[in-house]
Design a protein around this ligand. Structure first.
Ligand code: SF4
Length: 453
């Protein structure tokens, strides 16, 4: 938990020497508490005070990374229980299982199917980012072999799933350069698993069936020198799981209970020792686990339809609630427009732009859309907030040299801002054509009004 100015003051030399640029140690302490100063600015602070201040300043949830190079992913380091309090920082990593019972062509096919789970949504690429090799066979050599095959055939971050320390050691020996996440250590295997994780500097999952056991286990693993820990809370049903994950979140972030201050991994494949869920149930479970509060969610379906809601949930929950999703302000050609094509503008609120874009596409008339920077607000909001006016539109037109794109001087504007027409004509010297209010009417407008303009 962050220290107050007075608590920080107690740790300072209290000589008021001014070397930090502040008139007194108390002023420096207050500035430090408000993050307006750095501890390094005081040359006389003791090592003990430095350590105490650093420990207090550490985030309540540790950031844990696994994978290497471009496949590296980072989870955790969250600071708030609810998204609206600030924002969530590191998006949930969605992973898919590969059983070590598969071999040859079946294994290759499975890996290819997982690698292909990538989509584009409102201009953003969303994808499965981890691949979890599961020691279903119970065999050491099968597990190590499957892990090595996956390493070679997939660029995704690797999770090794086995309760056997012997199998884990064998698989780690084949894959350690990719920094896999090792899942999982239980109370009885904690020592052996921690030894493996420490040797290769890989993060380790602690798995237990209650919050209390999980806290004890993470302490035990940490005491063995493993700092990067991920928590896996087993539960017999989803209700119990979500309830306890919420309690863990509050304990780690609000109470700064360090033994639970780690990201969480959850498996959406079904409760332990129970029949595996079908694809639909796995996805419903995965979305619930993303909402409450799993940093990594692993499923075992490869049905593409199942990943759209899952990855969309991640995208939505981890976007900044105070910052609308935006597209880059520029001119977008739709189809292959030429100098006679329609020219229109809209705002850079992602949802607005992609709605307009799909309706222009539906018209089958190649067009240009100028996206004006309105800080991610929709047409009416931008107009009422004075972010969309004759000045912002004419400046955007000049910036993007739209004069060179079309030889006509006709600008189609959204029907909701028809009131801008006069001032816009004056500012741009273009003729304004008032388009429809609703984007869905754009195809009809282009086909019936633009064509015969
Ligand atoms: Fe106090 Fe350190 Fe600043 Fe000197 S440099 S006034 S000791 S905080």
């Amino acid at each position: 938990m962050a220290l107050t100015g007075l608590e920080i003051f107690k740790l300072l030399p209290k000589t008021n020497c001014k070397k930090c640029g502040m008139p007194t140690c108390l002023a420096f302490a207050m500035a430090l508490a408000q993050k307006r100063a750095k501890l390094d600015d005081c040359p006389d602070v003791s090592q003990e005070a430095k350590e105490k201040l650093a420990a207090a300043a550490a985030p309540p949830m540790r950031k844990v990374a696994f994978g290497s190079g471009e496949s590296q992913v980072a989870v955790g380091q969250e600071t708030v229980v609810f998204r609206h309090e600030e924002k969530f920082h590191n998006p949930t990593v969605v992973g898919v299982t590969v059983s070590d019972k598969l071999a040859g062509g079946d294994l290759k096919k499975r890996i290819e199917a997982i690698n292909a789970l990538q989509f584009e949504r409102v201009g953003t690429k969303i994808a499965v980012k981890a691949i979890a090799v599961v020691n279903d066979s119970g065999q050491v050599s099968n597990f190590a072999q499957a892990a090595e095959t996956v390493k070679k055939a997939s660029g995704l971050a690797l999770i090794l799933v086995s309760d056997s320390a012997e199998a884990m050691a064998a698989a780690v020996a084949k894959t350690k350069e990719t920094v896999p996440l090792l899942a999982s250590a239980k109370a009885e295997t904690a020592e052996a698993m921690a030894k493996i994780a420490k040797e290769v500097n890989c993060p380790l999952v602690a798995k237990a069936d209650s919050i209390e056991h999980l806290a004890d286990l993470s302490e035990k693993i940490k005491a063995q020198g493993v700092e990067d820990i991920v928590l896996n809370l087993e539960a017999s049903n989803l209700r119990e799981k979500l309830y306890n994950l919420s309690r863990m979140r509050v304990l780690s972030l609000r109470k700064v209970f360090r033994p639970l201050g780690y990201p969480v991994i959850s498996f959406g494949t079904g409760a332990p020792n129970q029949k595996r869920f079908g694809a639909d149930q796995q996805i419903a479970t995965a979305v619930s686990l993303i909402c409450k509060y799993s940093s990594i969610v692993v499923v075992d379906t490869v049905e593409p339809y199942a990943f759209l809601p899952t990855l969309t949930a991640v995208m939505n929950i981890f976007s900044d609630p105070q910052k609308p999703v935006q597209v880059e302000p520029k001119v977008y050609p739709i189809g292959e427009p030429n100098e006679n094509s329609p020219f229109m503008f809209t705002t850079n609120f992602s949802l607005t732009y992609y709605t307009v874009e799909s309706d222009v596409e539906a018209s089958r008339i190649p067009s240009y859309i100028l996206v004006v920077d309105t800080e991610g607000t929709s047409v009416l909001t931008a107009y009422s907030g004075d972010k969309l006016n004759e000045k912002t539109v004419s400046e955007a037109m000049a910036k993007h040299n739209v004069d060179k794109l079309v030889k006509h001087r006709k600008l189609i504007i959204p029907g909701y801002v028809a009131v801008m027409s006069g001032k816009l004509e004056e500012a741009t010297n273009w003729n304004v054509m008032v388009g429809p209010r609703e984007s869905s009417m754009i195809p009809k407008f282009l086909q019936e009004v633009w064509k015969y303009k």
